[in-house]
Design a protein around this ligand. Structure first.
Ligand code: ZN
Length: 331
């Protein structure tokens, strides 16, 4: 296969804290020999495992970039055993445009794996993670949030996997991360995901959904910063003690967890995130807005459980995911 066009300005084998870039040549109207410069920090101290931490896989999700720019600015090599690779904004063009997908090619990073070295900008970034960064890693933490169109109760998650050893180790790190909620996810649309690429290589992979609405709150930013630190300590790469946090485990066992809009219009929620709802309970109304005098359509919960995620903007379109209701479980 063709070599990646991306070159790193940091040496992955060098000791100490090194800040630099993944430089991706991108010829365009305003810069014929221009590049996309993706910030990266590599911290190495002696021999040990490698942890790879990423944010802004989707460009409008901020808890991850906050935690990782903060970590990169503060981390000291003497506190590390092994190596930490930090990429605060994986889809950097999307991050600087504050959009979910890349403004260059509309690429959704989490549907672009394994990527292509001769593809679009997003595909080239995915290919570099697939063939260069993931193979170096033992532990992978990829931050997500709801972005501009969803809002989540803050949770950390890993996937149900065929390899039960890999699955158990992943859930140990979810527990260590210490988000207010922890989720065992069975992915319904796993093709092209970074998660799947990492898991197929046998990596211990942990992800999050920490809020949303296209911003981060004081509380969710703090959860992300503490979670990244707890994760690194639990892998053994960072010195210190995990700060234990209470966490409620959630399960999303089937399609009934998800409610989709069949009408467009203005949405009025009748329950908020964190509310316990009963099957059949009205959770939202959608008003047609073309004229007055029309009754709104009521959406009912399709199962009982905890209101875990919701559509964020005030207007919805047919097919939008309006609500996610999860089951509270004891582990
Ligand atoms: Zn995301």
């Amino acid at each position: 296969m063709v070599a990646s066009p991306i070159s790193a300005t940091v040496d992955f084998g060098a000791e100490g804290v090194n800040h630099g870039f993944l430089r991706l040549p991108y010829s365009r109207d305003d810069a014929a020999w221009g590049s996309v410069m993706i910030p990266i920090t590599v911290v190495k101290n002696g021999d040990g495992p490698t942890a790879l931490l990423t944010g802004a896989n989707h460009g409008d999700e901020y808890e991850g970039p906050i935690a990782l720019f903060d970590l990169a600015a503060r981390i000291r090599a003497q506190d590390v055993t092994g190596r930490i690779i930090i990429v605060p904004a994986m889809n950097y063009p999307a991050f600087v445009a504050a959009t979910r997908t890349s403004p260059i090619d509309r690429g959704n990073m989490n549907r672009a794996f394994p990527g292509r070295p001769d593809g679009t900008v997003t595909q080239k970034i995915a290919d570099y993670f697939q063939r260069v960064l993931l193979p170096m890693a033992d532990y992978v933490l990829d931050f997500h949030s709801g972005g501009k169109t969803l809002d989540f109760l803050p949770f950390c998650a890993a996937h149900i996997l065929p390899d039960k050893m890999q699955e158990a180790r992943s859930f140990e790190l979810v527990r260590a991360f210490g988000a207010p909620y922890s989720v065992k996810m069975l992915e319904i649309d796993a093709v092209g995901m970074y998660d799947t690429a990492a898991e197929d290589m046998g990596k211990i992979f942990v992800t999050t959904e920490l809020g949303g609405g296209g911003t981060a709150s004081a509380r969710t930013a703090e959860i992300a910063i503490r979670g990244a630190r707890n994760f690194l300590i639990a892998t053994g790469v960072l010195a210190g003690e995990v700060t234990p946090q209470p966490s409620q485990w959630l399960d999303m066992p089937d399609e009934d967890c998800f409610t989709f809009a069949e009408d467009g219009g203005m949405i009025q929620f009748l329950a908020d995130l964190g509310d316990v709802v009963e099957k059949g309970q009205p959770i939202a109304r959608i008003f047609p807005v073309a004229r007055t005098g029309l009754a709104p359509v009521t959406l009912a919960a399709r199962r009982s459980g905890l209101f875990t995620a919701r559509h964020f903007p005030g207007l919805v379109k047919p097919g939008d995911c309006v609500a996610v209701i999860a089951e509270q479980v004891e582990i």
